[in-house]
Design a binder for this molecule. Structure first.
Ligand code: BEZ
Length: 389
């Protein structure tokens, strides 16, 4: 009886092994789970990321690392309260091989925890939460976008060098807003400026009037703000509507004007922002990307589309190195760590903490574009405070 039981166990184990390698050898599809906002103030950002990701996969004939890619998706609604349930739908219900998401920093932190606990590969194609490549960093977590600190720090330097001394900051009260303000303040104050007041409102609230009245009364030299998506459209319009843009320049990371200019119109003209992408780079790589994106989607790409495209490139590099075998996590990570990613933004590398080391551009709004006007900080690496890997 015992021998029969032992035999049955061995046979089951052998069948499992054949099944597992067999699935890989027969070229079963790699399952990618998009966890992105498809509704709410960040919906356009989520769609652009998915478009960019799919474009790169299409350019590779639908395969990365020799394996076909299939997609499942979850709308995370940019709601941190639903994030753990949502990410577990992908990990436990759908058994995805890789998660690609998300936009909102609060949601991304819950995803990073679930990815770290389960060992599932995670590529973050936007959310800048410093913790994701800081205290929460892990061998299976990568980011194709930025840390909230990066474009903010660059703008702190730019604003101080432009001679501004006293600034007010205004943002949504959550990780991205707080960290963006901290990055700006760090560089601004290091270079002789002072942040005299920090204003906030809850995410995704867009009732800005009372705070704009406070800014008008305080008369700072400059205002720094982090908003994105639908909220950025409304904020830039309300700022101009209150007449503040005539006397108090409004600065921010490029999310304030990326993918939003059509709707912001005159209100955004002349604004300076800092970001790891810009219009008018005019490199063969970016021109080819922009043409392909416009052809595929009848839309101009923005920074979010680039980050989605590059998330797919990073997945392709990792899968290529392990010949499609996602179980080889160490080799997958090593390949990305030593790669130079041929991004439309300009080539970049990935830091030890798995965050892009990249140029941050200074851009100026001109009509419907964020025209590049130079490099604000070259090869900027996030300090990755708290990352032990
Ligand atoms: C964030 O939550 O990290 C974020 C959202 C939109 C644009 C940039 C950053």
């Amino acid at each position: 009886m015992q021998r029969r039981h032992a035999f049955a166990t061995l046979a089951a184990a052998a069948l499992f092994a054949i099944g597992a390698t067999g699935a890989h050898a027969q070229g079963a599809k790699v399952k990618v789970g998009f966890m992105l906002p498809y509704t709410g103030t960040y919906a356009a950002l989520g769609n652009a990321i998915e478009n960019g990701f799919r474009l790169y996969v299409q350019e590779q004939g639908g395969k990365l690392g020799g394996r076909e890619i299939e997609f499942v998706k979850v709308d995370d609604e940019s709601d941190p309260a639903k994030a753990t349930d949502n990410v577990n739908k992908l990990i436990k219900r759908d058994s995805v091989d890789v998660i690609v998401g998300t936009v909102h920093s609060g949601v991304a932190m819950a995803m990073a925890k679930a990815a770290k606990d389960s060992g599932t590969l995670l590529i973050v194609p936007n959310a800048g939460a410093d913790a994701v490549t800081g205290p929460m960093c892990a061998p299976n977590i990568f980011r194709s976008s930025f840390s909230n600190w990066q474009p903010a720090y660059a703008m702190g330097e730019v604003a101080a060098k432009r001679g501004h001394k006293k600034a007010i900051t205004i943002t949504w009260k959550y990780a991205a807003g707080d960290e963006s303000v901290n990055g700006f303040k760090e560089a601004f104050e290091k270079n002789g400026g002072q942040v005299v007041k920090q204003l906030t409102l809850p995410f995704p609230n867009v009732e800005f009037q009372a705070l704009l009245t406070e800014i008008a009364a305080a008369k700072p030299d400059a205002v720094y703000s982090f908003f994105a998506g639908g909220g950025a459209v409304k904020f830039v319009k309300d700022y101009a509507g209150a007449g503040l843009n005539k006397n108090i320049p409004l600065y921010g990371p490029g999310f304030l004007t990326d993918g939003t200019l059509e709707a912001q119109g005159d209100a955004a003209q002349g604004m300076l922002t800092t970001l790891h992408y810009a219009d008018g780079l005019n490199t063969p790589r970016d021109n080819a990307f922009r043409l392909a994106y416009a052809k595929a989607y009848k839309l101009q790409p923005d920074v979010y589309a680039v980050q989605g495209y590059d998330a797919a490139q990073m997945l392709g590099i990792g899968l290529g190195a392990v010949k499609g075998d996602v179980s080889k996590k160490a080799e997958f990570a090593a390949a990305i760590e030593k790669a130079k990613i041929d991004s439309p933004r300009g080539a970049f590398t990935i830091s030890k903490a798995h965050n892009p080391v990249q140029d941050i551009y200074l851009r100026k709004v001109d009509g419907k574009v964020n025209q590049v006007s130079g490099v604000a900080v070259k090869g900027l690496a996030d300090p990755a405070r708290g990352c032990r890997m």
